[in-house]
Design a protein. Structure first.
Length: 307
């Protein structure tokens, strides 16, 4: 069911247009993520301007979209329970990031991976709906936005990007010209061309990324669907799921004995809960390997007090 159409996006709310466009792109494939993209846009828009007539009208229609989606997916735990929703959005954001990062490190530079880096950064924005970002996610967001702009500018200028984290002081999103794949604004439930750049200048990271280590980890499935830029003419290059190598259950867990009286700290419980969230979210993507790995981590921590 398509979400109700929105009126034209007021200029004051320009900063949320990319999150709303991402929601449109994910409506069919990932409706839960699309829902939280709109929720983020709604909350951010309310903070920016909820008083002028055009903004109030737009946000009211956006609220109608959210209510319609909540009714449609009311039996989905990722909508009704924030802890499940948070894990779902985070897992999908990291899937996008890891796909782009793996392509980058392999020297496969194309618009699809640029779009995936940028989409990952937008979805990490959305995680602020659930609270403050972890330091790791904040770093992923900053790195993804910087990488998207850097690779975009290299390709635009006919240069070959350097793969992986490198030192690029002062690389600016403002230098990125209008990207036809992303230069669209939300209007009546569709996308139209505008003068907006995909990469927002006010989010420019200028840090030196030399030596930063962002490895593909077991916290997110690796079989990531590539995002095709809107109206880019790029042929879909969706990664086909590979046969899964299911990890063996650690035999030591069967006979694990706690060393004396295990005193679990609140941080231990939080980490165990996080592993379980990741496992549950991984199962939604039918990634058994990641689910097993994270469940074993949680079990080991709860039994032994150690990771």
């Amino acid at each position: 069911m398509a979400a109700p159409a929105l009126p034209p996006l007021p200029p004051q709310l320009k900063s949320i247009q990319h999150h709303l466009r991402t929601a449109q792109e994910l409506d069919k494939r990932e409706p839960v993520v699309a829902y939280y993209c709109r929720l983020y846009a709604m909350q951010t828009g309310m903070k920016i301007d909820s008083k002028t007539p055009e903004c109030r009208k737009f946000l009211s229609k956006l609220m109608d979209q959210l209510e319609a989606m909540k009714k449609q997916f009311g039996d989905n735990e990722a909508i009704t329970q924030e802890i499940v929703g948070s894990a779902h959005v985070e897992n999908y954001a990291l899937k996008m990031f890891l796909y782009a990062d793996n392509e980058d490190r392999a020297g496969q530079f194309h618009k699809n991976m640029i779009k995936s880096f940028y989409t990952a950064s937008l979805l990490i924005d959305v995680l602020t709906v659930f609270g403050e970002l972890s330091e790791e996610n904040a770093q992923h967001r900053k790195y993804a936005r910087w990488k998207a702009a850097y690779i975009h500018n290299c390709l635009k200028n006919g240069e070959t990007p350097q793969p992986g984290p490198i030192g690029m002081e002062g690389e600016s999103f403002a230098d990125a010209e209008k990207e036809e794949a992303g230069s669209s604004s939300v209007h009546s439930g569709t996308t139209q061309s505008s003068s907006s750049s995909t990469f927002e200048a006010n989010n420019t990271p200028t840090s030196n990324f030399t030596g930063i280590h962002i490895p593909p980890g077991a916290h997110a499935p690796a079989n990531t669907p590539a995002e095709v830029p809107h109206n880019s003419g790029v042929t879909s290059n969706t990664i086909q799921p590979a046969p899964q190598n299911i990890p063996l259950v650690d035999p030591s867990l069967y006979n694990a004995q706690s060393a004396g009286e295990v005193r679990l700290t609140p941080e231990d419980f939080a980490r165990a809960q996080k592993y379980c969230k990741y496992a549950g979210s991984a199962l939604q993507y039918e990634d058994v390997s990641t689910a097993v790995q994270n469940l074993q981590k949680a079990l080991k921590l709860l039994i032994t007090g150690r990771e």
